[in-house]
Design a protein around this ligand. Sequence first.
Ligand SMILES: [Fe+2]
Ligand SMILES: [Fe+2]
Length: 237
Amino acid sequence: MTKMNFPYMTMPLPEWLGPVVAKVFAKMCDDTTGHDFLHAVRVMELAVRIADELHADADIAAAAGLMHDYYRKEEKKTGRLHFGPEAIADLRGEFGPLMIPEIGEKNFDTILDAIALHESYSADVALSLDAQILQDADRLEALGTVGVARTFMFGGAHGLPMIEMERETTAVEFNPHVAPYGSVHMHFYEKLLKLADGMHTAPGKRMAAQRHQVMLSYLQQFENELGLTLPTVINGT
Ligand SMILES: [Fe+2]
Ligand SMILES: [Fe+2]
């Protein structure tokens, strides 16, 4: 294990991850959509913390966390999903030669399988523990103060207004297969406030509960300051 000299990385990591971190840094360091290098690092470290607590494979959690949004930048340009089959094939080509000699094909496939499902919200899809850990870590990044900050970064980058004038409530389900629409404000209701209930692991649920409360307080203050009222959502669910 070694401590790597990249911004905000606090955990010692296996040496074979060094070249993976370097590639992720080169690709994501200038992102301004909320999916930057620090998001990859934070998801990696959250995933390792969850894996350690569950006695799962922390190296797989680390690699999956680091790599999970690698093609996110291309997604905006091409419309191709960053976790779809083409992206997974590209990840195999890009990282396979670096990683398979170190961790073996089976572990490498486990990492790619987790990445392929990291934005799957369907209850019908059975997730492996490694996939659950990645999803929980990624969802934690959409909660709490970092989640709020990232939501506004994402909205600005995709041309969404801060609040919407016309819609008063929302029944719209978040769908990662559809281009962003609506407003940053509505995104809290369409996606963010639902995330804590969808956590898989015990550590994920515990961390999400705290971050959910912080986000809810933020949202209520935000709405107070703006004079917005969404009584059906605020008072009920
Ligand atoms: Fe993603
Ligand atoms: Fe992510």
